[in-house]
Every structure is written in C-alpha cells, then in structure tokens.
Design a protein around this ligand. Structure first.
Ligand code: M6R
Length: 617
C-alpha cells in the first residue's frame, strides 16, 4: 500500500522521484524518503510526514545530485510512522539500500537469525530485515546483487514490490515483485528506466512499460535489455513491453481543489466511457467480449458470487439487485476478506465476479485464487488496466473510469454499477428473462444517465448549505431501500472515511429494529426517497423519524412535493428507472460528504489511516 519510485538513466533523479512520489501519495502518506547516488555516495533523507515534508528536509540535508535514485511514500505496517521506520532502508554496511511495498510475514525469525550473526537493526520494520538478509546472502555466498536478491527472496514469506541498489555496483537497480504491483518504464533506446508502483510517475517520459508478474525479478541496467527471471526456478523470461494509454491530464487536478471533487464531476463522461462501444442503443446490442466469449458459463451458472471490498462491495450489492431482477440468476455478495477464509462452498458451476477499482486488493485477489482452485469461472471488473486481478481473471470488463486518485472512491463506484447493469441486461436478453420493450427502455435510459448525473451535480450549492448546518454532527444515519439500500451504505462510508464523522447505513425498514433508538432532534438522517420502488414505504419511514424529531435530509425525485412537506431539507435528482436510480442518488451523497470534510478541514484526498489500494491483508 506504499508507493515506490526508482530511476536510473541520464537525467537528474531527484525531481523525477519527488514528482513521482507525489503522484503515488494516494497509496500511503505517513512518511516518505529518498536515496540518491551521486557517483560516489548514497545520500539518504527520510521523514515522518508527507512528500512535501521530505522535499523540505532533503533539500536542506543532502546533495540532490545523481542519475540514480529510489524513493518511497509509506503506509505503515510494521513500526509506527516515524523518521527511522521510513524507507529507504540501508543494510548494515550501508552499501545496499531498498524501498519496499508489502509485508514480510516471516521477518521475526529472519531477524533473530541475522542478529545471531551480528546484524544490528535500528528500525522496527520488516524491510530492514529484508535488506540485511540480501546483504548477508550476497556476502556469504559471494553473489552478484541480482542473484543475492533472488536467493534472499526465496527465503521470504509475504508480499513485496522492491527496488534495491548497491553502491558497489552502481550501474544497476534490481526490482522484484510478489503480491504488490510494480511497473518498469522503459525509456527510449534503453537510455533510462523507471520503477514504480503504477505508471503515473513516468508517464511524461515513456509510454512503454513492463508490468512484473508475481514471483519475477528484473535486473535493470542502462543501455541493456532488462533481464527478467522467475525468482523460484531462475527461468529466463521474455519481458512484454506494453504501450500505455494513460495521459498526464488524467492524473492532474485540472483546476479542481481536490482530486475527489474532480472525480465526482468526471462521472458523466466516465459513465459514457464505460458504455461507449459496448452499448449500441439503436441496434439493441450490448457488446462485451468477456461475456460474449463465455456466455454459456454465465447462462448455465448455478449462481453468481460477487466478491469485493469497501465501495466495490457496495457496487456488488447493487449488482445483486440488478442481476437478480433482470436476469433472474441467483447472486450472492461476499466480503472478499471473509470469503477467502470461511471455506465457502464453490463449484465449477459457479461464476465468481471480482470487483476492484485498483485490481490489486489483496483480499479480493485471494478470493479469486480460491474460486479458481475450486473450478469456478472468474470474471474481473477492474478499473486499472493491466492490474493483477484483471490479469488473473478468466475474463473481465474494464470500467474505463480513468485514474481515480482520491482515496475515497467516487467515479469507480458509478462506473462499476454501469458495467454490471450492462452485464445484467446482456444476460437478461440472452436468457429471455425480460421483454424486448423492457430491454430497449433500459438501454435508452442508460444512455440518458450521464446528462442526468450532470444535472444532479448542479445541486452543489444547496448541498453546501446543508453541509454547513450539519458539519459538526457527531453521527449520521443513512437510509435507503431496494436498489438504494447499497447507496445508503456507500453514502455512510463516504462520510466516515473523509470527514471522520460516525455514520451508519441501513435499509430504511430496518430502522425500527434498532437504530430508531438513536434518533433525537440532533440526529441528521439522510433518506433516499426517490419515486418508484418503495416510495410510499420510505415516506412512512420518514414520518416515523419526524415523529421522533430527527432531522431529515431527503434525496428526492425532481418535482416531489410529499417528501418536501415532511423533510427539513431536500436534494433533487432527475427522474429515472428505479434500477438505474443508484447512478443518480449517489451523486448528492458524494458531494455532501465532500463539503462536510472540506468544512471540517479534513484532508479530503488523503484521509487519515487510509490508502487507496489495500495490497496487504
Ligand atoms: O481497489 P478496490 O476497489 O478493490 O478497493 C476496495 C476498497 O479498498 C475501496 O473501495 C475503499 O473502501 C475506498 N476507500 C472507498 O472509498
């Protein structure tokens, strides 16, 4: 969950690494560090805090010269965030230096063994153990750095993406991966190489990248081909150089105060990008190669199991309602972290859909590995192109939302729902479980959704006013029913993660089985009360809240008068089909949490304790 960046080439490494770390800061941001090789010495600077703190410190304390360097932005696993535990870490001789994203699970016995051989440790990290193990192996076996790293890694249990540099061998950097993502940018004529957790740090320098697979190690030397091997058996591999589609504009704020706000506003276009080329409304066709090529697997499936975490899990819940209602295939939704350990019953007649924005979430990866072992067909719905889950799935569909940098997921959620609606409609058509009319009505309305999302975004000022009234409330309750129950959960999660206000999402009717006890005149309750579906029932729930003096913030269909008469505040969204309504009702909840967080001076894009991509258990 940390971010790593490395450079070897002909340019000054410092600015490349600092800018790269800033772009990767969404992955972890409790401390940061850099090591630069100036042709003679390694100059290392690290600090608790953000990359901007590192910059101030490094510029004061070390020489910033050098064409080789490695940098790190941390999300602490072993050892509190402080200067000493920050990366990079030296080996005891200070010849070797490493950056690491992941967890070395067997670090304790390895540390003990190294201590018995005289190694001394200054930090509490597993990473310092790893670099000293590499040094020990290198010296003991008299090996070249690449071989020493490889041999040391065979003794390690856990996850890693690492870059290692040895000042005795200053023409190379070694990179290796197991469980944590790692990309190598290949510069023109191999005159320079970049190493990073994702491609964003090097996008302006090269569009050519090699994504390491688990269990691979690369020896990177300027002017030479990358030597890629399997760590376990030393097999020499042919590196596959992929052309990147990412551009610089996509990873910058583009005039918005925060990435989250930019990403909220990108949703109309992101949804268009999701269905573009797939949904041919006039012809009544949905083209999705991942489904077309495996249609029988889906149609003959006993059930679909959807595994995911966090916001993606909420999208899975929406999908459960949508797929069951349109395609009449039984759907079960599972937290990937629970599914992987509870010995679930899975058969080869199950289809497992894994939803993950990053495509790197450790629990979701483990869940699909389990499903594959048991013979299920695995379909990945990911946003990050080339990500691990997208590669490890049997088939899949990208959401095409573009990079999502804000830690709080926004456009990933609505585009995941869009993909899953397309899948449900496609399966329903193939099964004949909906009428032609119903099918066309859904396609036509889905095509109108981006414009309606844009209209929903115009409620911003109204939402800001409401945010100002409730920004200091210690608790919030979110209620929704049917397709909008998962939206209530998502609204509560958004508020919790970026404003640190306690919030709970509930199915509206469940309120009277417990949460109603919380309601008093101070409690804001966000109720999704759009027309259609269970409107009258939700209105009754609103009456129940009103009777207990709760403060009602209602998300209503444009023109609604009944709820308006009852609620303290209303936020309107355009009318749509019930099944598509989560794509609209989500928008005001995202904006509400955003404005409350800004008013509470919270770090919206990098909320405390969180990381964008959870690549550890
Ligand atoms: O990359 P993924 O979709 O697999 O990530 C899953 C969760 O970690 C993620 O949705 C998390 O809950 C977000 N912070 C929510 O805003």
């Amino acid at each position: 969950m940390c971010g790593i960046v490395g450079y070897i080439g002909y340019r000054e490494a410092y600015p490349i690494i600092i800018k790269g770390l800033q772009r990767l800061e969404y992955r972890g941001y409790d401390s940061a560090g850099i090591a630069l090789y100036d042709g003679k010495n390694i100059n290392l600077s690290k600090t608790k805090g953000k990359v901007v703190d590192l910059q101030k410190r490094a510029e004061q304390e070390i020489s910033l010269k050098g064409y080789i360097g490695i940098g790190h932005t941390r999300w602490a696993t072993h050892g509190v965030p402080n200067d000493v535990n920050s990366h990079p870490h030296y080996s005891n001789s200070e010849d070797l230096v490493v950056i690491h994203n992941g967890i070395i699970e067997n670090y304790a016995p390895l540390k003990k063994e190294l201590q018995s051989k005289g190694y001394v440790f200054t930090s509490d990290t597993d990473t310092e153990v790893l670099i000293n193990l590499i040094e020990y192996v290198q010296k003991n076996e008299n090996l070249k750095l690449g071989k020493a790293v490889q041999l040391a890694l065979t003794q390690v249990v856990g996850a890693y993406a690492i870059a290692v540099f040895d000042k005795k061998k200053p023409n190379e950097v070694i990179a290796a991966r197991m469980g944590s993502p790692l990309a190598i940018g290949v510069g023109e004529d191999k005159k320079e190489f970049f190493i990073a957790s994702d491609a964003s740090p090097f996008i302006e320098y090269t569009k050519n990248a090699i994504y390491l697979e688990d269990g691979e190690i690369a020896v990177i030397r300027v002017g030479k081909d990358i030597k890629l091997r399997k760590i376990a058996d030393d097999t020499l591999l042919d590196p596959f150089i992929q052309a990147l589609e990412l551009n610089l504009e996509q990873i910058e704020k583009g005039g918005y105060e925060h990435f989250m706000l930019k990403e909220i506003h990108e949703q109309p276009n992101a949804i268009i990008d999701t269905y573009r080329g797939r949904m041919l409304v006039n012809e009544g066709i949905i083209r999705m190669a991942g489904i077309d090529n495996h249609l029988e697997r889906f149609l003959n499936a006993d059930r679909i199991i959807i595994v995911a975490c966090g916001t993606s899990w909420h999208a899975a819940l929406v999908a459960e309602y949508v797929i069951e209602s349109l395609a009449r295939i039984p759907v079960e939704v599972e937290y990937a972290s629970e599914f992987r350990y509870r010995n679930p019953i899975i058969t080869s007649k199950d289809v497992v859909i894994a939803i993950s924005q990053s495509g790197e979430t450790a629990d979701t990866r483990a869940a699909i590995q389990l499903a594959k072992q048991k013979g299920a067909f695995v379909f990945g719905v990911c946003n990050v192109v080339g990500s691990t889950i997208s590669r490890e799935s049997d088939a899949g569909a990208y959401t095409h939302a573009g990079p999502e940098i804000g830690v709080a997921s926004t456009k990933a959620f609505t585009t995941q729902i869009t993909v899953l609606i397309l899948i449900a409609l496609k399966l329903a058509k193939a099964k004949g479980s909906i009428s032609n009319d119903e099918y066309f009505t859904h396609l036509q309305e889905l095509e109108r959704i981006p414009a309606k999302v844009a209209e929903a975004l115009t409620s911003d000022e109204n939402i800001k006013t409401i945010a100002a009234i409730y920004k200091d409330s210690p608790n919030f309750l979110y209620l929704g029913r049917g397709f909008n129950f998962p939206v209530a959960l998502e609204g509560a999660l958004k508020l919790k993660e970026i404003s640190y206000i306690h919030a709970e999402g509930y199915p509206a009717a469940e309120m009277k089985h417990g949460p109603i006890a919380l309601i008093d005149e101070k409690m804001p309750i966000v109720v999704i009360a759009t027309k259609k579906g269970h409107y009258e029932k939700v209105v009754s729930n609103i009456e129940e809240i009103k009777a207990r003096s709760g403060k009602i913030i209602a998300i209503v269909t444009k023109g609604d008068v009944d709820v308006k008469a009852l609620a303290d505040h209303v936020i309107e969204v355009p009318d749509t089909l019930e099944l598509l309504s989560p794509l609209l009702t989500t928008i005001p909840l995202q904006l509400l949490s955003y404005h409350i967080a800004v008013m509470r001076n919270c770090n919206v894009d990098q909320p405390r304790n969180l990381a964008k991509s959870v690549t550890v258990e």
